[in-house]
Design a protein around this ligand. Sequence first.
Ligand code: SIN
Ligand code: FE2
Length: 214
Amino acid sequence: MIQSDLDLFGPEPQHLASQTVLLPGFALSVLEPLLDALRPVLRAAPLRHMQTPGGLNMAVALTNCGALGWVSDAKGYRYTTSDPISGQAWPALPQVLLELAGRAALAAGFEGFVPDACLINQYLPGTRLSLHQDRNERDFEQPIVSISLGLPAVFLLGGLQRSDRTVRVPLSHGDVLVWGGEDRLRFHGVLPIKPGLHSRMGERRINLTLRKAG
Ligand code: SIN
Ligand code: FE2
């Protein structure tokens, strides 16, 4: 059987808004090296539930790699250079992740993206992430690159006001979503993850969000 060119190059990027691009399956070509690189990161800086500034336990378990890591506690949301649990620097950003993020940003129209922070979120079935903006980074000219692994999710893409209409974006294992420019401060969130078992990742969704934070 003859494969069509489209099969060979994979699904096309989908423009969800003027500067929001879904790259279906973009991470799959480096999946195994990526998982190999994540294992030692998660050993050095285990996933944990942080407190919101209001004192609630966050449903998503998180950790970080990179020069900067995103944390939340009674003092608020911010980036730190070290893991508050170990007191050590966050694990380095693996090269495979750095390169993947740069290639994904470029494919979405953002040149020269060099992240210094990767937030690692783990969603178990039932876990959701409420609508929010990513605004703890210094330079909003830089895009956000978000890699989905494991169980599927429905991402809510909102507007610049919390009350704006949201669109539902299904995200699958290996998909990469990039938003920046005029879309950089769009509200977004994740609907509760449906129960399921992913063949490679088990009963969970892992999301890697790469940012230039400092
Ligand atoms: C986030 O907004 O930080 C994560 C989004 C996602 O899990 O897809
Ligand atoms: Fe976010």
